[in-house]
Design a binder for this molecule. Structure first.
Ligand SMILES: [Zn+2]
Length: 363
């Protein structure tokens, strides 16, 4: 366990109040109200006394940033916050800072906190809430559910970020009438993962480690990867790998891999790095498609914002490598970079009422 830091008490709220993440119905936001406030106390390190109904927090814990949302069970958003993962000195300290902030928002709104969901990359034991291994966070055997339950005294659910984000994506599609039974959700950001849905059920694997798609080898003896292996998909096609490979190939340092995508028509280095990334991604997807036969592959995460620049060549390369069958649809995600937060919110509400959260998704 690498993150024992206990953050300082929460500051007065500083995040933007109310947001555009979901459809906001301001007439339904109870402020300063009612008996719920009397039933609640909150201070750092002390329990929040829960009464029903209350507010939920969904936190998307990423290798680069932590984003979280405070909402009521029908999905009406009260507050959101985003912090660089290292902002408070360690990922755990930043997560607690984010949660303290939103718990403070709940206090201001006169409502108790009634659940927390956290979406975490790496290998996450969803049954115990232990983060077995999250390389990008340097977390090993971190009993995250236990810690957060102790600190906030509310139900806490922790799961793999790609699976949580995928649940939000399928919920968003269901909200517009598309029922997805067999599909893959592939978020591409700091890393690459895949959440497989087969026969309407999410695949978790024997040790909750299914979906580490980024570590499928696509180039034998290729580039070193953070996992210790070589030639992994993630070492070629993640947003961070694209930026790193572009810079190493002679390009300038860029703030975002999306800039590489925007430069491919005028910058031959960007074009080459981009083509190599798309080729690697296509090779990985061909294996995934051959094994699981999805009807739909959804590309999510930050890199999906590249849109057609990514999807068009990806579709043609995947089709070219599957001459023996019709390829599945490959589409950009509906939930975009908010999928992780929404999925975490679904986790937070899973014990009670997931459907109203679904209804409030902006699609
Ligand atoms: Zn790897």
């Amino acid at each position: 366990m690498s993150d024992p830091a206990v953050p300082r008490p929460p500051k007065k709220i500083h995040g933007a109040r109310l947001p555009h993440l979901l459809r906001v119905r301001s007439d339904r936001i109870p402020m300063n109200g009612g008996t719920a406030k009397a039933a609640m106390t909150f201070r750092a390190g002390a329990p929040v006394v829960v009464s029903e109904p209350g507010l939920l927090i969904g936190a998307d814990v990423g290798g680069t940033g932590i984003k979280a949302v405070l909402a009521d069970p029908d999905g009406t958003v009260h507050a959101r916050i985003a912090r660089p993962t290292a902002a408070e000195g360690s990922p755990y300290a930043t997560l607690v800072h984010v949660l303290d902030t939103l718990a403070g928002e709940a206090l201001d709104a006169g409502q108790p906190l009634s659940g927390i969901g956290a979406a975490v990359p790496g290998i996450v034991d969803r049954h115990t809430g232990t983060v077995v291994r999250a390389t990008n966070l340097d977390w090993h055997e971190l009993e995250l559910t236990h810690r957060l339950r102790h600190r906030y005294a509310v139900p806490v659910t922790v799961d793999h970020d790609a699976r949580a984000a995928a649940d939000a994506e399928w919920a968003a599609r269901a909200a517009v009438g598309e029922q997805v039974e067999d599909a893959a959700f592939v978020p591409i950001g700091t890393g690459i993962a895949a959440a497989l849905r087969i026969g309407g059920r999410t695949v978790t694997g024997a040790r909750c480690a299914a979906g580490e798609f980024g570590h499928v080898v696509v180039v034998a003896g290729g580039e070193p990867c953070t996992c210790g292996g070589h030639g992994c998909l993630e070492a070629y096609a993640s947003a961070s790998a694209i930026g790193r490979r572009y810079e190493r190939a002679g390009g300038r340092r860029l703030p975002d891999a999306a800039v590489v995508a925007q430069s491919i028509s005028s910058d031959p280095v960007a074009a080459r790095v981009w083509v190599e990334a798309v080729d690697a991604l296509a090779r990985g997807l061909v294996g995934l498609i051959a094994l699981s036969d999805p009807e739909l592959v959804v590309i999510g995460g930050g890199l999906s914002s590249a849109g057609a620049v990514l999807l068009n060549p990806l579709r043609s390369r995947v089709a070219a490598q599957l001459p023996w069958r019709r390829p599945p649809r490959i589409e950009q995600s509906l939930t975009g970079p908010e999928a992780g937060q929404l999925g975490a919110l679904l986790l937070a509400g899973a014990r009670r009422t997931p459907e109203p959260v679904v209804r409030s998704l902006r699609v």
